[in-house]
Design a protein around this ligand. Structure first.
Ligand code: SF4
Length: 342
């Protein structure tokens, strides 16, 4: 039996008519699924008991549950989501001022094996279904209200996995989260982050993507980037630059560039110059990120290198922010999400 959320809205509508129910029942079900975010038929209390029983004999809900949660000294919370097949992914809630940002996963593991990333060491297990991505939002939103007294305000697709390698499911989850018939969150509060799948970036532009795009660039030197991020072999920097120019031309959206500063690897003035040249064709905001040691060969960049890097970019009139990672003591910071048992 399939999860009721696996079939399309049209198929659910047809099913309701086939079993002799009125059209408005289908609309009620849609509302329960996407606006109220329920995850069982028993919660659909405005449907008759017999209709709920019929639904139960034809469909299931593949339950995502919170298996565990842990809170950092800085209030960041990390959640382990237990999926219906006992696989696990992680999500993070980051409170700051009026905001609560949820970081959600798109794949179990990741096939891309970036050398600085703990998730990359797991290898790829499977793509998440759209409803499993949606469930992370619903479950963390409940926790956000419970723990921080306010709902999630922002979402970043920056957890486990590469979102653009699971394009259709990520796209569908975005529709349910942003649609007025769903959770109604503004797309301007959502960021999808990619390590640079150029074909996916072009597809986002063609699909009239409304959320923000972040590129985890981390290095603008082809040879060094290839060593850090094997994905560069398939999606070269020049191809990536072209796809971002195309994205900007179609969406008119400024692109966020994520850059992890690593000691004596990508933090020289020459590296800053290459970053500047890469970003010239489109407007960007650069986030320089402090590295969280995983078991890789890299080290955090010292403060003098960071300052030199920032000064150079600012002298070129670039918008630069320095990001200190949150949740380091609970391994919830960027690049630290990993589950051993899959
Ligand atoms: S940084 Fe992102 S794309 Fe690279 S291995 Fe980690 S999860 Fe995958």
């Amino acid at each position: 039996m399939d999860d009721i959320r696996f079939c399309s809205e049209t198929d659910r509508f047809k099913f309701i008519l086939q079993i002799g129910e009125k059209k408005f029942r289908a609309s009620q079900i849609e509302e329960w699924l996407w606006k109220k975010g329920v995850r069982s038929f028993d919660e659909m209390t405005n449907l008759s008991v017999s209709l709920r029983q019929t639904l139960q004999t034809h469909f299931t809900f593949k339950q995502t549950r919170i298996g565990n949660d842990v809170q950092s000294a800085d209030k960041t919370m990390k959640f382990i989501f237990q999926l219906h097949d006992e696989r696990q992914v992680e999500g993070v809630l980051i409170p700051s001022g009026d905001r609560v940002t949820a970081c959600i996963s798109s794949q179990v593991g990741c096939p891309l094996r970036c050398t600085f990333c703990a998730t990359g060491t797991m290898g790829f297990v499977r793509n998440l279904e759209a409803c499993e991505i949606f469930d992370q939002f619903i479950l963390m939103n409940q926790e956000s209200i419970h723990v921080f007294g306010r709902p999630i305000t922002n979402i970043v697709y920056m957890g486990m996995g590469e979102p653009l390698l699971n394009y259709d499911n990520v796209w569908q989850s975005l529709q349910w989260i942003t649609s007025p018939k769903g959770q109604g969150l503004s797309p301007s509060r959502i960021t999808v982050s990619t390590v640079g799948i150029s074909t996916g970036i072009i597809q986002l532009a063609d699909d009239n993507f409304k959320a923000d795009l972040a590129l985890s660039l981390h290095c603008a030197d082809e040879r060094k980037r290839l060593k850090m991020m094997p994905v560069t072999a398939k999606h070269s920097l020049s191809e990536l630059q072209k796809s971002l120019s195309y994205f900007y031309a179609k969406t008119n959206k400024r692109i966020t560039i994520e850059y992890l500063l690593l000691k004596d690897w990508n933090d020289s003035q020459e590296d800053a110059q290459k970053l500047f040249s890469f970003c010239k064709p489109f407007p960007v905001k650069i986030n320089l990120i402090e590295y969280n040691a995983t078991d890789s060969q890299f080290e955090k960049s010292p403060i003098q290198n960071l300052n030199r890097f920032v000064d150079f970019l600012q002298s070129k009139n670039m918008v630069v922010n320095v990001r200190h990672s949150r949740g380091k003591d609970i391994a919830a910071a960027c690049g630290q999400l990993v589950r051993d048992k899959q």
